[in-house]
Ligand binder design. Structure first.
Ligand SMILES: *Cc1c(COP(=O)(O)O)cnc(C)c1O
Length: 516
């Protein structure tokens, strides 16, 4: 049996199989062998892409016998870096690099270099780290209208922590809700109700912290279905989640309605503004039609906002905000009886890269309100151009009503083959599923002259190419196609697990026999 037969077979099965039913089918004679064969070919394709430098820079499966010279090391790292820089800096990537101007990067590097030894865990050595972190939180909160929220709703006192990224901000908020609900309401089997479009970091929180994740559908506009969420809430529900916007389709959930529902039920509401936190406030000021997403809504109790996305800082920081310090308390970890002394740590990590927090602070202070407003304007304008351009390409349609993260699909051509054709032209876009689609997250890279036009002409060409040519083997299209249509989710999971294994595979050292 090959993948096409499996696809034919799966078309006749219920949409997505997990658990015992899938395991039953996988026990049928020949199925497991067939899968192993498929895994092999797929992973071989992936592996090639993951280690392109083995001929250029020798693999290091163990410490070298003697250390190499700094000069040699820098020669190796720059060889690889030079091969990678053009693609993202010339704007061929969706998301990934959000600012990327050389002067901006040089400034961040300068600040990083000054602070590379800094660890906020040692506040006595680096009180400047305390200043940086507190002010990154305060500036982020204020950008999201904290003072106005405090004026509107007495008792509100916005606070937060800097974390290592959006995922950690989400993990921390979900842990806080879990411990809050256990302490205040005796909830022992907590669940959260979140739309299917919400980020996998919430599932990760569920797995790590023993929280059941109840996923509810989105409407035809790809926004959360509030009625479905209302139905899904039960006595063990500790929080609801909405995205502003969600990663897949870039649309903002009806946060006002959702948070009002949470407020009425006396449970938490988390706005995931990892992606939009540094754009939406400025979009609002620029008159774009965006709902209120922050603490001005009485039901919003926490927000995640990524400084390392549209905050334009270096990778490795994000902010978790809370409506009140009493909720943030449930995020903290403290212990009093360790022989190593008293220990208190606000987030997941122990030692933290203070330099990255210093960089985030420096970037925020450098850009200021004017800088962020201007950046948002340019991104939103480019988003408009790209959206209209996609809508005018025959065979494509835009999903939902997005602003600057534009998802598109097709009823006429295989959109995953379009994704591959774009990859051949250098583009690194995101493949989506349920329904099959592709998106581009517009960043400052795409606001450079000519980039949006190049994207649109490459896209129009790619669609025509896919229309004209029969499918060929290879590329990612068959994998996306398989992943999106095979009902055996355990099989898709297997592939993902093996993919992660691949990331850690180092070829053995090639022993060069010296010829005398
Ligand atoms: C990026 C993102 C996250 C997770 O952030 P990481 O920084 O990758 O951990 C969460 N939610 C949304 C909507 C995102 O776009």
């Amino acid at each position: 049996m090959d993948v096409n037969k499996l696809l034919d077979l799966s078309a006749k099965l219920p949409k997505r199989l997990h658990g015992p039913m899938e395991r039953g089918i996988r026990k049928l004679p020949g199925v497991q062998q067939m899968m192993e064969k498929e895994y092999k070919t797929m992973l071989a394709d992936m592996e090639k892409g993951l280690r392109p430098y083995d001929d250029l820079v020798p693999p290091m499966p163990a410490l070298p016998d003697q250390g190499l010279s700094e000069e040699d090391i820098l020669a190796m790292t720059s060889q690889m870096q030079e091969k990678e820089i053009d693609r993202w800096s010339e704007g061929y990537a969706s998301g990934a690099v959000y600012h990327g101007d050389p002067e901006h990067i040089a400034f961040m590097n300068q600040v990083y270099a000054m602070h590379s030894q800094m660890n906020p865990l040692h506040a006595d050595l680096w009180p400047s780290a305390v200043k940086y972190e507190a002010e990154v939180v305060a500036m982020t909160a204020e950008m999201l209208n904290a003072s106005e929220a405090e004026r509107l709703h007495p008792g509100t006192k916005v606070c937060g922590s800097v974390t290592s990224g959006g995922t950690e901000s989400i993990l921390m908020a979900m842990k806080a809700y879990r411990d809050w609900a256990r302490r205040k309401k005796g909830v022992e089997k907590p669940n959260i109700v979140i739309p299917i479009s919400a980020h996998p970091a919430f599932d990760k929180a569920g797995e790590y912290f023993g929280i059941e994740v109840i996923r509810t559908p989105v409407g035809p506009d790809f926004r959360a279905d509030v009625k479905a969420m209302k139905k899904a809430i039960n006595k063990n529900t500790i929080a609801l989640v909405g995205s502003a916007p969600g990663f897949p389709h870039g649309v903002i959930d009806p946060i006002p309605e959702m948070s009002a529902l949470a407020h009425k039920r006396g449970i938490g509401f988390h706005t995931d503004a990892c992606l939009g936190g540094f754009i939406v406030p400025w979009a609002e000021k620029l008159g774009y039609p965006v709902p209120v997403i922050d603490f001005r809504l009485p039901g919003v109790t926490s927000i995640s906002v990524d400084t390392h996305k549209y905050g334009y800082a270096a990778k490795g920081t994000s902010v978790a905000l809370y409506r009140h310090p009493s909720l943030r308390r449930y995020q903290y970890f403290t212990t009093t009886d360790w022989p190593g002394g008293l220990y208190a740590s606000p987030t997941m990590g122990g030692s933290k890269p203070g330099a990255l927090i210093a960089v985030a602070w420096a970037v925020m202070v450098k850009l200021g309100q004017e800088g962020y407003l201007d950046a948002a304007r340019r991104i939103l304008e480019t988003g408009d151009v790209i959206r209209e351009g996609i809508e005018s390409i025959p065979g494509l349609y835009v999903l939902g009503d997005p602003l600057w993260i534009i998802a598109f699909g097709s009823d006429e051509v295989d959109i995953y083959r379009v994704l591959d054709a774009m990859a051949h032209r250098g583009w690194s876009l995101n493949g989506l599923q349920f329904p099959p689609a592709v998106h581009i997250a517009v960043t400052l890279r795409h606001t450079q002259p000519g980039v949006a036009d190049r994207f649109l002409s490459d896209l129009a060409e790619s669609v025509e190419e896919v229309r004209a040519q029969p499918p060929s083997r290879g590329g990612m299209a068959p994998i996306y196609g398989m992943a999106a249509s095979v009902p055996f989710r355990g099989m898709v999971n297997d592939i993902l697990q093996r993919y992660l294994d691949l990331l850690y595979k180092v070829p053995p050292k090639t022993r060069k026999t010296r010829e005398s």
